[in-house]
Design a protein around this ligand. Structure first.
Ligand code: ADP
Length: 346
């Protein structure tokens, strides 16, 4: 990947000033949290019921592509419940002892947020089962003849977990989310426009309605991307214009970021182009495709593919990834007859 591609990529790694701006842009209550109406309704009932019973809310799982608002929801649940939130993630818990230490430190009513829960090892997952079900924890400390096993009671707490890959969660773990498993959908363009308008105000930047529309249409139906494009368009307008984000300046900023009219970045186009030109449109395994574009298979699956599938440019089949006729057309190529026929059948 060139350094320019790296800068423009959808990588979760962010510049530090972006991270602090993100905090400012994060919705502070359910009214500010745009869209996902059905999910919000369900969640509010769960919260109200728990409050009435004076109990912590039941364990919940949020799943869906990156940047759709899972972490934000975890914070909102904690805020609504007046609870403290302790944050960790699957990759950060590498040993049983890590999880035991976190869980034993939880206070009455705390929310434990585990992001990327699908990355927990099976061994660690098994420690969680009794903790979630019977509020106790069983573990062994030490090795060899001096090893001692413990069975300790826990204070009532709620696990709020997030994942981009529910299929990787074991069914015993999935069944422990007694409060429910909530899927976040891609947002509508209108919802993304609302988010952009609100955030432009927070960032104190003036925007023209056509600029908001343009940024929304290139945001992959994803709030995190919308925020990123808004921030970069603001930078561009400050440097190249009078600080007002007009449609022309937004268009130029997007061009500089190499984002096309469908919101595709250079790596999206590289994935499609490689699939079509090197693998005759597929089917090809994601590992092979990832090696050909020099990206990790996991990143392709979690970050790039959901949007390409949402646009109907790519299909996951049991035999591998396939480009659709639409993908050929987007790249200005003629789809082979079979792809056209397949497209008609879809
Ligand atoms: P995830 O955990 O699913 O990757 P986040 O919760 O970190 O996503 O969301 C990324 C950013 O997008 C948040 O900081 C927030 O500013 C914005 N965001 C997410 N969902 C919404 C929403 N429904 N309304 C407004 N902004 C949102």
């Amino acid at each position: 990947m060139s350094s320019e591609e790296k800068q423009n990529s959808l990588s979760p790694k962010q510049r530090s000033e972006d991270a602090s701006l993100d905090l400012a842009l994060r919705p502070k209550n359910f009214n500010e949290y745009v869209g996902q109406d059905k999910l919000k309704k369900n969640l509010k009932i769960l919260i109200e019921a728990a409050k009435k019973r004076n109990e912590p809310i039941e364990h919940v799982l949020f799943h869906g592509p990156a940047g759709l608002g899972k972490t934000t929801l975890a914070h909102l649940v904690a805020r609504e419940m007046n609870a403290q939130i302790k944050i960790t993630s699957g990759p950060a818990i590498s040993k049983v002892g890590d999880l035991v230490a976190i869980i034993l430190r939880l206070e009455d009513g705390d929310i434990l947020f585990i992001d990327e829960i699908h990355r927990l090892s099976k061994l660690i997952e098994e420690i969680l089962y009794p903790a979630l079900e019977s509020r106790s924890i069983d573990f062994v400390s030490g090795k060899g003849p001096s090893a001692q096993s413990y069975h300790l009671p826990l204070k009532p707490f709620t696990l709020v977990a997030a994942t981009t890959r529910t299929s990787l969660l074991s069914s015993p773990l999935r069944s422990r989310f007694s409060g429910g498993s909530f899927r976040l959908d891609f947002y509508t363009e209108e919802d993304i426009e609302k988010i952009l308008e609100r955030n432009a105000k927070i960032l104190c930047v003036e925007t023209k309605p056509e600029a908001i529309k343009m940024l929304a249409s290139r945001s992959r139906f994803t709030p995190r991307i919308a925020n990123r494009l808004l921030k970069r368009a603001r930078d561009y307008a400050e440097v190249k214009g009078e600080g007002i984000i007009t449609a022309d300046l937004a268009g130029e900023a997007l061009k500089l970021m190499d984002i096309d009219e469908m919101g595709l970045e250079s790596l999206d186009r590289k994935i499609l182009d490689t699939l079509i030109t090197k693998f005759a449109g597929g089917p090809v395994g994601v590992g092979t495709l990832a090696a050909a574009v020099m990206e990790e298979a996991e990143t392709i699956e979690e970050v790039y593919e959901p949007y390409l599938m949402q646009l109907g440019f790519l299909e996951r089949t049991p035999r591998g990834r396939c480009a659709t006729a639409r993908a050929y057309e987007h790249l200005g190529l003629t789809p082979p007859a079979t792809t056209q026929n397949q497209q008609k059948l879809i």
